[in-house]
Design a protein around this ligand. Structure first.
Ligand SMILES: C[S@@+](CC[C@H](N)C(=O)[O-])C[C@H]1O[C@@H](n2cnc3c(N)ncnc32)[C@H](O)[C@@H]1O
Length: 235
């Protein structure tokens, strides 16, 4: 997968193939800690009680749901380039006050289908690692935010703790693809998960790229022994 277009096609096809099982596997494989990670991330947008938020790489909409749960008047544009993921999310949306405030749109995170200066917040949960051109995506996130708007990226990272690290790597590389392969029927998709985490930027590198895109007050917070990290940037 050397060419960005090749990665795009591969990523889209893999998410399409696991879309109907994605939510179940997320809960199962993370022992439901993923809910806490999403809650922690979206809480960092609590100062923006009005206006629209962009949930990029929204997938089956779990973060969009949390964003609309926390703020009653918030609207969320949920962009993803895999139609099957969005469709699966839409089908499973609970029929409550959140549903009419979530607008799923099929589009590419590297060419965000929104005008400049539109959103107070942009969230990306477990999506940045999947972009083919990370810097292009970050530049686009910057473009669509209003001045003072906030970018929040939730992404897997690599734990440094000498006890946790080998245990986590064994789980990620050997146990997780087997369970996920059985449940989803696509073991390769979860082997890709492990290899994409191994190949992803170090937190400091990602912060540098955010700064290059124009973000200031950049910071990151590791969670759960550094299994995931939240990155923050202000336009
Ligand atoms: C691991 S899922 C995350 C879904 C959701 N945000 C969550 O918290 O579970 C990653 C999503 O990123 C999407 N994605 C990857 N590259 C993309 C791109 N260039 N543009 C839009 N979506 C993309 C995939 O289709 C997939 O739905």
């Amino acid at each position: 997968m050397n060419r960005p277009e090749e990665k795009k096609e591969f990523v889209r096809a893999k998410f399409a193939s696991i879309s109907s099982r994605y939510d179940l596997l997320n809960s199962l494989l993370s022992f439901q800690v993923d809910r806490y990670w999403r809650w922690k991330t979206t809480r960092l947008l609590k100062e923006f009680q009005e206006g629209a938020v962009l949930d990029l790489c929204a997938g089956t909409l779990p973060l969009s749901l949390e964003l609309t749960r926390q703020v009653k008047d918030r609207r969320v544009l949920a962009v993803d380039f895999c139609e099957d993921m969005l469709r699966s999310g839409r089908q499973n949306l609970p029929d409550d006050h959140r549903k009419p405030r979530i607008f799923p749109v099929c589009g590419d995170g590297e060419e965000i289908p929104a005008p400049d200066l539109t959103f107070w917040g942009c969230t990306v949960a477990f999506g940045v690692r999947n972009l083919s051109r990370t810097q292009k995506g970050l530049n686009e996130m910057y473009r669509v935010l209003k001045p003072g708007g906030k970018l929040l990226i939730l992404e897997f990272s690599r734990p440094k703790n000498p006890v946790i690290k080998p245990l986590y790597n064994f789980y990620l590389n050997s146990i997780l693809p087997k369970i996920a392969g059985l449940v989803s029927g696509d073991k390769e998709a979860y082997e890709y998960l492990a290899s994409s985490i191994a190949a992803f930027h170090e937190p400091e590198e990602l912060l540098k790229m955010m700064k290059t895109a124009g973000f200031s007050s950049t910071d990151y917070k590791p969670l759960t022994f550094g299994i995931v990290t939240i990155y923050i940037g202000i336009k």
